[in-house]
Each structure stands twice: as C-alpha cells, then as structure tokens.
Design a protein around this ligand. Sequence first.
Ligand code: ATR
Length: 263
Amino acid sequence: MKKFLVIGNPIEHSLSPILHNHWIKNNGINAIYKKQKLNEDELEQLILQVKEKKINGINVTVPFKKAIIPFLDKLSTEAESTQSVNTIYLKDNRVIGHNTDIFGFETSIKKSRYNLSNKEVLILGAGGVVPSIIFALNKMKISKIKISNRTKEKAENLKTIFKNIEIIEWGEVPNFDMIINATSIGLKIGDKINLDFSLISKNKFFYDVIYNPRETNFLKTGQSLGNITLNGKLMFIYQALSAFNIWHGFEPDVNENVIKLLD
Ligand code: ATR
C-alpha cells in the first residue's frame, strides 16, 4: 500500500487527508494519506524515507514550506522561484520539491471567470503563501501588485525576489481592482482586519485565502460594500488536485461531493 503524508505544526486542522483519501477511495487506489505533526529536526529523517520508498509523497504546510528545501535533491522552477515547497515526490531516485499552491491559486481565479489582465492587485500579508500568489499573478499579466504587511520588513524581503511589487504602508488602502487577504486574520471567528474599505468603489474582487470559516469578516465587508467575493476553498482543492496528479498520474474529479467535503 502506498503511503502519503501531510506534515506541519500544528497539523490537526488540515483537511488534506479528507480530500486525498476521498479521491484515493473513489478511484480504487491502494493507498493511504495521513497527517503528521513534526518538529524541524525531524525533516531530514522524513525525506530519507521518501528516498527509501517507504513514503510515496508528502504535502508540506506551515511552517516547513521553506525549511524543507535543504533536504531535497531538486526543486521545480515554481518551488525555486518562490522558495516554497508544498509537494514532494521521488523521480529517478531523486527527491523533488514542487509548489502546487501556484496552480491552486491560478485555477481558482480561472474558475471564478474574473479577468485579471491589466488589473491592480493589493495583497494583505507577506507570509508563507504570498510568494506563490505573486508568482501566479505575474503569470496572469496583471498591471500592478501592491503589498501591505504589518511588519514592513517582510514585504521588503519579498521585493528582493519580486522586483515589480510596490510596498504600501500597513493601514493605508490604495486603489485596487482585486484585494487578497493572505494574512491569518479571519481564521478565528470575530477576527477583523483593521482597514477601512468604505471609500473604495463597488465591483472590486475580494479574495480570502482562508476557507474555514467559510466567510471571514473581510469577505462579509467586501460583499456588503457591493463587491465580488471568493474564499480559498478552490485554491485548496486545486493545489491538492495538482499534487494528486503528480503522485497518481491523473486528475481526480472536482464535483459537488468534493466541494461539500470541506464545508
Ligand atoms: P508566516 O508569517 O510565519 O509565514 P503566515 O500565517 O503565513 O505565517 O502569515 C501570517 C500573516 O498574517 C503575516 O503577514 C502577518 O503579519 P506580520 O508579518 O506582521 O506578522 C499577518 N498577521 C497576522 N496577524 C496579524 C494582525 N493581527 N495584524 C496584521 N497582520 C497580521
């Protein structure tokens, strides 16, 4: 039986096992997907198990997406450019690190049918997922990426990798067509981003990377001000679909049942 894992710390909240095991079962694959909480000093040993074919694939989540890199033999272009790995597999006896968050984000936008070309995007936050979002946005030919983060230094670090971004002071709300919440504000019910959106015009696109809770206060505000909104559920599903495709060699179905699994 093939064995797959998602690693992180904490990891209890991860819905990856539910999603992957659903696809595994529905397609009659002889495999199991589990979650495992780890400490950083256990990463090297774990990657050894991929090399020895005791583990067939790993998803990596917070806080190890960057920390795992030194233990891998090779990175895909996407993982290299973002310095962020969320999917690991063995190919020709080499342990490869790839980033499917980019595909997840890009596909979620495509499914929403929002046309991003020549649009201005404001990203709130500068944490682990943001390099993947910037990489995907750059592929989508948007006209401007602005980033605002409470700790300005982290936004400045991103600018050393992605030269085209513009840094906005935390607390300011510049003009934008699309705004993305990539902070962790909203994970807890009642969390509120301390920014005033009341002066922006309607028909903007409010996107929250968070999908649990389903509708954060950020999305509620966006909606009540007359904007389009989308949470991070499709991004999550499609990053998983891309990892599944790498490991099992085909794309699993994304249907109502799959979407309901994550409610
Ligand atoms: P990490 O930064 O370890 O990658 P993350 O969950 O990916 O963790 O990112 C958390 C993001 O939410 C960061 O951008 C963080 O801002 P800081 O860089 O200033 O820490 C942001 N964030 C979390 N709580 C916040 C708050 N109360 N106000 C503003 N930003 C907050």
